[in-house]
Structure formats: structure tokens, C-alpha cells
Write a protein that binds this ligand. Structure first.
Ligand SMILES: [Zn+2]
Length: 451
């Protein structure tokens, strides 16, 4: 997995262009090297190539031949396939059990709408949705996205060295994507290394919006507890808070940042209560103010326990890459009180991320370009969206049949005027194996443990 190099000339030019930076900041980082960073290996793909036979039954002019599984998200199976229209490798995701009940219909429709809404380099979006059959036979939805070879979980547990340059450019992209999502009013709610896809050039995209939802500005409205894999779960969620904000995603990013540095999970507990205990071991006993949104049972648990002093200096022992700058930023993310936690936007202005920004826009992004006289940088390094994602469509969904019709119509509308529609070849052997795969084990929804 290659990281491209950066040059001193680029640094000055780029820092001048970045309004959060200055030439003084650039001067802190004079050692920009021309070397190529070490390749990370291809992801561990279990090589069950399903080449039992050539599946070339062309039921229709175009088909997609799923040829191998590349992953199992919380809500679907992903295969790597070849787009017959241009020969490009893409990812095909099957959304299973869509029309089982109204809840799953709504969840899938929301995810589908989001995938079609996103336009950002660090957020996975839908390239295509396969042509649905006649509504009477419409049971499954298949989404085509860009193919990403690996994810941050696979990379972190691999034996491959991860340099501080890798950590910086990964963290930069996570926050860049998150700033965009949060600007759209979307909370991801399940940010974890496995949901951060990475390609061979270290470009990173946030994926899996199965749990994402629109933020709720009315604090009296209760929000579901069905969020975030335990290790990355924010303390306010662990404490049964009925309302939370996009800062729950920043907590998860803090945990992942520490994991990138230390190469191991920061808070690896066996239960939600132990998860909270590990957090307070590091951050110390929270103030009453920081626990104001917690439920009574959780607060009582904290107050019953011993008074803990913060032990944040242990973060310096994560690795030699845990510099003052790195730990400073990390400590701004791992803040118990969600209202005091740094935002994605402010985190991006932290000097720790200057090098990641530089590397990204020098040779990884699609927003800047190179001419004969040098690199031309975009005017906005970390763009946001001016349109909020609107979930108003969910209010009037009342039956499975009705949602099915709406989704069917939505998919047909997406294809208007674009390329030749794709459909799946149901006769291919690979397809038969593909549809048999069901969702793998995933964290069961978190239920309140304090009452
Ligand atoms: Zn750029």
C-alpha cells in the first residue's frame, strides 16, 4: 500500500493555500521526503475463488458476475465484481432481508438514500443500483460502489509496519469525511476500523451507513441506543444518555487514532460496564457536570466506585509515534463530556494533521491537479455540503408494501439518463453462492443495562 511523497515546494505552496495553516506551521515540518512509503500488503482475502465454472449465461445483455466475497458488513454481503460496461472492478453489496418488516425497510431505504446523496472522496457512495425486477419479484437490493481492497481493521492487525505518515494521512481522511457527514447533519454512529475502507494507495472512505441517522436537535427527543460497536462507544452512550450528538463519532475516531498509534484496541472490555470502567481509568472520575445526561443507574455506578485520577500521560507510551502533537489532539477527542469534545472541523485545524493534509492533496486527492507549472490546489481542502440530508421521507412510510413501491420507484429514478442499467445474472454459479451468504455475526443492539 503506497503512500506518495511530498516535496518542500509543495509544503510552502500548500500551507499558504490552507487558511488554517501559516508559513510558520510549514516551517515546523521541513523534512519532507521524496521517498515512497512502504507498501502495505494486499488485504487478506480468503482465496476462495469461485471458479468452479465460467459463468457466462447472459440472460440479458449485461450482467454482473460476482466472483468473490470481500467482506461482510453489519447489514450485507459485499462481493468484488467486474462492471461489464467498462471492465472496471467494483464492489457489489447485497442488502439482505430488506422487506422483512417495516423497520428493516426503512433502515435500508435510509442507507440507500444516503449512499446516493454522498459526494465526497472520503465517504463511500453508490455508483449504481442494479435494475430491480418487476415489483412482484423485488426481494433484494444490490448496490455498486467503488472497490476498496482493505479496511483499517485488517491493516491494523496485519504485521505490516505502519509509519506515522500512514497514521497522519488516515486520520486526516477520517476527519475529512466526518466533517462532511456532520455538515450534512448525519451521525454515522458506528465508526470503527472495519468501516473505514482503504485502497492500495491509502485512500480511505467511510462506509456502512446501516446505523447512520440524522441528528436530533430537540434534546427532549429520545434516541435509540442501537449504536456503535462497544470498543468505540462513547461514554455518554455507555451511561445511558437519551440524547447524543455527532460528538459520539469523534469519540470513536479518538479510539481509532490511539489504535493506529498503539496497534491495539484502546478500550477492549468484555461488557459495557467494564468499557466505562476502562474509560474512567484513563480519564479519571468524571465531574457531575460531565455526567449530566447520564441515567441514574450509571451515575450511581460511577459514584459508588473509587475516585480515580486521570492517567492521560500513559498515552505517550502507546508508541514512539505518540508525540506531543499526537497526544494533544488525541486528548481533545477523548473527552468525557461530549459538549467539550473537539469537532471534526476543529480537529482538522490541529497542527498534527498538516502533514496528512499535505500528502493527501499532493498526490492522493481528486480535488487538486498537476499542471506543467506545478500542483494547483483546491480552494477548499475539507469541503462540506450546503444541503442537509433530509430524512423527512421517513415520516410517511407506513407499510412494507408501500415502502417497497417507493424504493422500487427510487431505484428506477436513479438510473434515468445515466449509463446502461445493470442487472445480475441469476444463473451464474457464483451468484448462487453469493445469495446463500447471510449476514455474519454483528454486535447485537445495545440495550439499557442500568435499569
Ligand atoms: Zn486536493
Amino acid at each position: 500500500m503506497a503512500l506518495c511523497g511530498t516535496t518542500a515546494a509543495n509544503v510552502t505552496k500548500m500551507m499558504a493555500a490552507y487558511n488554517g495553516g501559516s508559513s510558520a506551521v510549514a516551517a515546523h515540518h521541513p523534512h519532507h521526503h521524496h521517498h515512497q512509503l512502504q507498501h502495505l500488503p494486499p488485504p487478506h482475502m480468503h482465496h476462495h475463488h469461485h471458479h468452479q465454472q465460467q459463468h457466462t449465461h447472459h440472460l440479458q445483455q449485461l450482467d454482473i458476475e460476482p466472483d468473490r466475497p470481500i467482506g461482510y458488513g453489519a447489514f450485507g454481503v459485499v462481493w468484488s465484481v467486474t462492471d461489464p460496461r467498462d471492465g472496471k472492478r467494483v464492489a457489489l453489496k447485497k442488502m439482505p432481508n430488506v422487506f422483512q418488516n417495516l423497520v428493516s425497510c426503512k433502515r435500508v431505504f435510509r442507507e440507500l438514500k444516503m449512499l446516493c446523496f454522498f459526494k465526497h472522496e472520503n465517504v463511500l457512495s453508490a455508483l449504481d443500483i442494479l435494475q430491480p425486477p418487476h415489483i412482484d419479484y423485488f426481494e433484494e437490493i444490490y448496490v455498486v460502489t467503488e472497490l476498496m481492497q482493505s479496511d483499517l481493521h485488517k491493516i491494523i492487525v496485519s504485521p505490516q509496519p505502519l509509519s506515522s505518515d500512514h497514521a497522519k494521512v488516515f486520520l486526516y481522511q477520517i476527519l475529512r469525511g466526518l466533517k462532511y457527514l456532520h455538515s450534512a447533519g448525519i451521525l454515522h454512529r458506528d465508526i470503527k476500523p472495519g468501516n473505514l475502507l482503504v485502497n492500495s494507495n491509502c485512500v480511505l472512505k467511510i462506509c456502512d451507513f446501516g446505523l447512520a441517522r440524522v441528528e436530533e436537535s430537540d434534546e427532549s427527543r429520545h434516541m435509540t441506543q442501537e449504536v456503535v460497536t462497544q470498543y468505540y462507544r462513547a461514554p455518554e452512550i455507555l451511561m445511558g444518555s437519551r440524547h447524543y450528538s455527532n460528538s459520539i463519532d469523534i469519540w470513536s475516531v479518538g479510539c481509532i487514532f490511539a489504535e493506529l498509534l498503539g496497534r491495539r484496541i484502546l478500550f477492549q472490555a468484555q461488557s459495557p460496564i467494564q468499557q466505562l470502567d476502562l474509560i474512567t481509568d484513563l480519564l479519571g472520575t468524571p465531574s457531575m457536570e460531565a455526567m449530566r445526561t447520564a441515567c441514574e443507574g450509571a451515575r450511581a455506578h460511577i459514584l459508588r466506585g473509587p475516585h480515580k485520577q486521570p492517567s492521560l500521560p500513559v498515552l505517550y507510551t502507546l508508541s514512539s509515534q505518540a508525540t506531543h502533537e499526537a497526544v494533544h489532539l488525541l486528548c481533545r477527542m477523548l473527552v468525557f463530556d461530549p459538549s467539550k469534545r473537539i469537532s471534526a472541523k476543529d480537529a482538522l485545524a490541529h497542527p498534527y494533521l498538516d502533514e496528512g493534509r499535505l500528502r493527501y492533496h499532493t498526490c492522493m486527492c481528486k480535488c487538486c491537479y498537476t499542471t506543467s507549472s506545478g500542483r494547483v490546489y483546491t480552494s477548499d481542502f475539507e469541503p462540506i455540503t450546503n444541503t442537509k440530508f433530509d430524512d423527512g421521507f421517513e415520516k410517511n412510510l407506513s407499510s412494507v408494501r408501500q415502502v417497497k413501491e417507493i424504493i422500487h420507484q427510487f431505484i428506477l429514478e436513479q438510473q434515468k439518463g445515466s449509463r446502461v442499467p445493470l442487472c445480475i445474472n441469476p444463473q451464474s454459479a457464483a451468484f448462487k453462492s453469493f445469495i446463500r451468504k447471510v449476514q455474519s455475526a454483528f454486535d447485537p443492539p445495545y440495550t439499557t443495562i442500568w435499569q
